[in-house]
Design a protein around this ligand. Structure first.
Ligand SMILES: Cc1cc2nc3c(=O)[nH]c(=O)nc-3n(C[C@H](O)[C@H](O)[C@H](O)COP(=O)(O)OP(=O)(O)OC[C@H]3O[C@@H](n4cnc5c(N)ncnc54)[C@H](O)[C@@H]3O)c2cc1C
Length: 401
C-alpha cells in the first residue's frame, strides 16, 4: 500500500534504508504487534532486530559509529515503524532525543563516552522533564541539584519516563541554583544531568529508584515509569555540555526534533488505520453490496486519505526545515498538532467502518484506537502546540503600524 504518503526527492540511500525498514515492519513487527501489545510484553526480538539494522545510530554521526542520517530519514523510518506498532517507535524515540542532545550540546568527552555505544544500542536513552505536578509547565520543575565538591546531589521525583526501566542513560532536567543568583528566571537555572544507571526496576543506582511500570490504556510493551532521586550523587562532568543553567534550552531543542518524531508516528498510525479501513470496507457487505460501495463510506475513505496525505506533507516539511539548519519550531508545532489530531480522526473513522468488530480485540483497529490518544499528549499537548504556533506567528507578523 504505497500510493499515499510518498516523499519526493529522496536519495538512493534514503530509499534503500526506508525499503529495508518497511520490509522489517511487514515481516517482523506487524505479524506479532497486537499479540505482544495485548500481553503488554516488551518486544525484545524486535528491538534486537532494530539494533542489527543500525536504527539506534541512524542520526548519530559516522565518526561515532552511527549512520549520520538526516532528521527526515529518521522521521520517515519512524513513520514506517509506527505503521507497524507505535510502541516500537517509542522505544527508539527517547534514545534518539538523548543522542541528539548529546550530539548538539555534549562536551567532547561526553560525546566520545556515550555516542559510540548509543549507536550500537548498548547504551539506551530516556529523557525526563515531567514531574507528578507538572508536564506542560516545565518551568515549574522542583527536583533539584546541589553542588557538593566535584559532585552534585540530586533529589526529587520525576514522572512519565518512556523507557525509564529499560534505559541505562537518563537525561534528567532539574533546578540547580549554583552560580545563578536569586531572581534568575526558572529556565536559566535548570540543568540537564546525564544519569547512568542499571536497566530494570527498584534501586538501580544508590539514591535512584525506578518504582515500576505505570499501567496504561495503550502504548503498551514500552515501559513508562516514575523516577525517584534521593541523595543521588552525579559527578560534575555529567552536566550536559559542562555548564549548569543551560538545561531548559537543551531539552527544548531535543523536544523540537521529538515533535517531528511524534508527528511521524501520527502519520504511521493513521496510514495503518486507513489501510485497515479500506481493506475491511471492500470485504464487509450490507444491503447487497460491499460497504465500500456506499457513498457515505467512500466519503469517509476520501477524508481519511486526504488527512494521511496532509499530515505526511507537513511532517516532511518540518523535518526538511530542521535539516536545512533553519529554526523549525513553528513547522514542528504545526506538524505535531495536525498529525496527532488527524491520526485520532482517521483511527476513529477506521474504527467506525469496522462496525461492531472494531470493538473486538481480534481486530487490529482496537489496538490503534487505544494508541492514538497518546499522540495528543506526548511532546506537548495540542494547547501547548497552539501556544508555540501562536507566539511564533505574532513574531513573524508583528504589527508595524
Ligand atoms: C505515555 C506517556 C509517556 C510520556 N513520556 C514522557 C517522557 O519520556 N519524558 C517526559 O518528560 N514526559 C513524558 N510524558 C509526559 C508528557 O510530556 C506530559 O503528560 C504532557 O506534557 C502533559 O503534561 P501533564 O500531563 O502534566 O498535563 P498538564 O500540563 O497538567 O495539562 C493538563 C491540561 O491542561 C492543558 N493546559 C496546560 N497548560 C495550559 C495553558 N497554558 N493553556 C491552555 N491549556 C493548558 C493541557 O493542554 C492539558 O489539556 C509522557 C506522558 C505519557 C502519557
Amino acid at each position: 500500500m504505497t500510493r499515499l504518503a510518498r516523499t519526493a526527492g529522496l536519495t538512493d540511500v534514503q530509499q534503500e534504508i526506508l525499503s529495508t525498514v518497511r520490509d522489517f515492519v511487514d515481516k517482523e513487527i506487524l505479524p506479532v504487534a497486537t499479540d505482544l501489545e495485548h500481553r503488554d510484553e516488551y518486544p525484545q526480538r524486535i528491538v534486537d532486530g532494530l539494533k542489527e539494522l543500525g536504527l539506534f545510530g541512524l542520526m548519530i554521526p559516522e565518526e561515532y559509529g552511527g549512520l549520520g542520517e538526516s532528521l527526515l530519514t529518521y522521521a520517515l523510518c519512524v513513520e514506517e515503524i509506527a505503521r507497524g506498532w507505535m510502541s516500537v517507535s517509542g522505544i527508539i524515540n527517547t534514545h534518539f532525543i538523548v543522542a541528539y542532545m548529546l550530539k548538539q550540546h555534549g562536551t567532547q568527552e561526553q560525546k566520545d563516552h556515550f555516542l559510540p555505544r548509543m549507536a550500537t544500542g548498548e547504551v539506551r536513552g530516556a529523557f525526563s522533564m515531567s514531574e507528578p505536578a507538572l508536564g506542560s509547565d516545565v518551568s515549574a520543575i522542583t527536583s533539584r541539584a546541589v553542588r557538593d565538591g566535584d559532585e552534585y546531589v540530586l533529589s526529587g521525583q520525576k514522572m512519565w519516563l518512556t523507557n525509564g526501566g529499560s534505559s541505562n542513560l537518563v537525561a534528567v532536567l532539574v533546578r540547580s541554583d549554583e552560580g545563578h543568583p536569586e531572581g534568575t528566571p526558572p529556565h536559566r537555572s535548570m540543568t540537564t544531568f546525564l544519569v547512568e544507571k542499571e536497566p530494570g526496576f527498584g534501586e538501580v543506582r544508590p539514591g535512584l529508584t525506578v518504582p515500576g511500570k505505570i499501567e496504561k490504556m495503550g502504548y503498551k510493551g514500552v515501559d513508562t515509569t516514575e523516577l525517584v532521586m534521593d541523595g543521588l550523587r552525579i559527578p560534575a562532568n555529567r552536566v550536559l555540555g559542562g555548564t549548569t543553567g543551560r538545561g531548559f534550552y537543551q531539552m527544548m531543542d531535543g523536544v523540537e526534533v521529538g515533535r517531528v518524531n511524534v508527528a511521524a508516528r501520527g502519520c504511521g498510525v493513521a496510514q495503518r488505520a486507513f489501510e485497515l479501513g479500506i481493506s475491511y470496507a471492500q470485504q464487509r457487505r450490507t444491503f447487497g453490496k460491499p460497504i465500500a460501495q456506499h457513498q457515505a463510506i467512500q466519503f469517509k475513505l476520501a477524508e481519511m486519505a486526504t488527512k494521511v496525505e496532509a499530515a505526511h506533507a507537513m511532517m516532511v516539511n518540518a523535518a526538511r526545515k530542521k535539516d536545512s539548519g533553519e529554526r523549525n519550531d513553528l513547522e514542528a508545532g504545526m506538524a505535531k498538532y495536525l498529525a496527532s489530531e488527524y491520526c485520532k480522526e482517521v483511527v476513529e473513522d477506521a474504527f467506525r467502518i469496522h462496525g461492531g468488530y472494531g470493538f473486538s480485540k481480534e481486530y487490529e483497529i482496537e489496538r490503534l484506537y487505544r494508541e492514538a490518544p497518546m499522540l495528543l499528549i506526548g511532546e506537548g499537548t495540542a494547547e501547548i502546540q497552539k501556544m508555540i504556533i501562536g507566539r511564533r506567528l505574532l513574531e513573524e507578523y508583528r504589527f508595524q503600524g
